[in-house]
Write a protein that binds this ligand. Structure first.
Ligand code: NAD
Length: 492
């Protein structure tokens, strides 16, 4: 490994405001235990200051009043600056998240695409006109920026989730306060700095680092924040929805998942095996749409499972700055312990361990061996709970009906995958899966155009695409009478 990490120290990023708080949060890389970043520990006063700045920029500043073309030009310049800085930003993600550099590089490519696409949306906001309301009446309906947006981001994809939210909201004309995860705040601050360099006006984008309480709590409860876009766990998502009730603000909550990966007997098996491995071990299983439950047709199951388990055992774990690293570290000691606790749960409840099942603390990191359990029943904990680590549960099915029932037998509904070469099967199964996304013969495979979000306990609201953009707008109807209005009351 040639790359050597340096310790980066960050302050809050709120225009014209200096925090009085002196406390910091120290971030050690979960892949090595070495200190890599130091963030300001944001206080309630810091978050309130950022909200004031964003409110003022929305109510009086130029950003919401600019033409779409002007906003698009700034966001495009921003995308270009990110493009030039991609490798450095990817290294920060590797240090703070503990993900392999190959994954981080892919994330940063995605970030640039998201910025570029969102820039284009700024120029496409249009409305509807109704000229069929009678000879003296006309109406138009248009979209306005929703206002000040609070954004709360998790630790697994810090840069990409920033990019799924921030440029879309800015393209719509909103102003934004971002609260990144306390574990992984570096890229949000770096991206915001590049945004200012690109020409985002004062106060339009602030970043307040710190913990969920107080920073996140204040963002959600503040009457000065019009919309909260949250990505994180289902438990915190519920709290966000409860806390938003007092001010009746709109919220979008992108939450956890327990996605199924259904392999039919007629699938291209090489593709399906590679996709199944990618589905669970990509980003070391710390992915909301990880395909954590593999459902495989019992007629091919023995052969499929044997080949898959052999590949899982050969995956390269650790050394996250090396180009060939495939599985990174768990985000924190607590999370590492939680993920490892499922080894015993799986075995105790009767699942058969085929690969992994062990922790790996090599190089001071919090690694977990890629783990495969077979003969997992829906009653087992590892079938039901979001583990958020590299642990795959395999169950077998006899019929298409049974496959659909197993896939839907979860509280979550984020994404599911189908592997089949039969067009009829794919078309019949996709609409029956209760999830916001269905992939066919591919997995964890989005574009900036495709909306992403959940059904059931995976939350509501959409990110990306036109639907994601629309979340950051309000719809206004303007109705006008033409000429002299017919009196409603008798004139006296
Ligand atoms: P988390 O819910 O613990 O934290 C997410 C963010 O919320 C962090 O910034 C945290 O500081 C903040 N937060 C914590 N308590 C808060 C409170 N009371 N009020 C406001 N903010 C608060 O989630 P995490 O552990 O960072 O991320 C992992 C979870 O995120 C997993 O469940 C995963 O499935 C989910 N996730 C979902 C998506 C999606 O698009 N659906 C994407 C990525 C991650």
């Amino acid at each position: 490994m040639n790359y050597v990490s340096t310790v980066r120290t960050y302050r809050l990023d709120v225009h014209g405001y200096e925090s009085g708080g002196a406390e910091t949060i120290e971030r050690a890389s979960p892949a090595s235990g070495r200190l890599v970043s130091r963030f300001a520990r944001g206080t309630a006063a810091d978050c309130e200051a950022a909200i004031r700045v964003a409110r003022n920029a929305f109510d009086q500043g130029p950003w919401p009043r600019m033409s779409g073309a002007e906003r698009a030009a700034v966001i495009r310049r921003w995308a270009n600056l990110v493009e030039e800085d991609k490798e450095r930003l990817a290294r920060i993600e590797v240090d703070e998240v503990g993900k392999p550099i190959r994954t981080a590089r892919g994330d940063l490519d995605g970030v640039v695409d998201l910025f570029q696409f969102a820039a284009g949306l700024a120029m496409q906001v249009h409305g509807e006109t109704f000229t069929n309301l009678g000879p003296d009446k006309t109406a138009w309906v248009h979209r306005e920026p929703i206002g000040v947006v609070g954004m709360i981001i998790p630790w697994n994809f810090p840069a990409i989730i920033f990019a799924q939210k921030v440029p879309y909201a800015l393209a719509a004309g909103c102003t934004v306060v971002v609260k990144p995860s306390e574990f992984t705040s570096g890229t949000a601050l770096e991206l915001a700095r590049l945004g200012r360099q690109a020409g985002i006006p004062e106060g339009v984008l602030s970043v307040v680092t710190g913990y969920g309480d107080p920073v996140g709590e204040i963002l959600v409860k503040s009457p000065e924040v019009d919309f909260v876009s949250f990505t994180g766990s289902t438990a915190v998502g519920r709290r966000i929805v409860t806390n938003s009730a007092e001010t009746l603000k709109r919220v979008s909550v992108e939450l956890g998942g327990k996605s199924a990966n259904i392999v039919f007997a007629d699938a291209d098996l090489d593709d399906a095996i590679d996709g199944s491995l990618f589905g669970i071990f990509f980003n070391q299983g710390e992915c909301c749409c990880s395909a954590a439950r593999l459902l495989v047709d019992e007629t091919i199951a023995d052969m499929f499972v044997e080949r898959l388990a052999a590949r899982a055992k050969a995956m390269k774990v650790g050394d996250v700055h090396a180009d060939d690293s495939e599985v990174g570290a768990m985000i924190s000691e607590n999370h590492f312990n939680k993920v490892c606790s499922y080894f015993d749960k799986g075995k105790a409840e009767g699942a058969k361990l085929l690969a992994g099942g062990e922790a790996d603390r090599s190089g001071g990191g919090l690694f977990v061996q890629p783990t495969v359990f077979d003969y997992v029943l829906p009653s087992m904990t590892i079938f039901r709970e979001e583990i958020f680590g590299p642990i795959l549960s395999i169950s077998r099915f006899k019929t298409l009906e049974e496959a659909v029932a197993l896939a839907n037998d979860t509280n979550y509904g984020l994404a599911n995958t189908i592997w089949t070469k039969n067009f009829d099967t794919a078309h019949m199964v996709a609409p029956r899966l209760r999830s916001g996304t269905v992939w066919i013969n591919t997995t964890i495979d989005n574009g900036p155009q495709t909306p992403f979000g959940g059904y059931k306990a995976s939350g509501f609201g959409r990110e990306m695409g036109q639907h994601g953009f629309d979340e950051f707008t309000n719809v206004k109807a303007v109705v006008a009478r033409l000429g002299k209005r017919t009196p409603y009351y008798a004139t006296r």
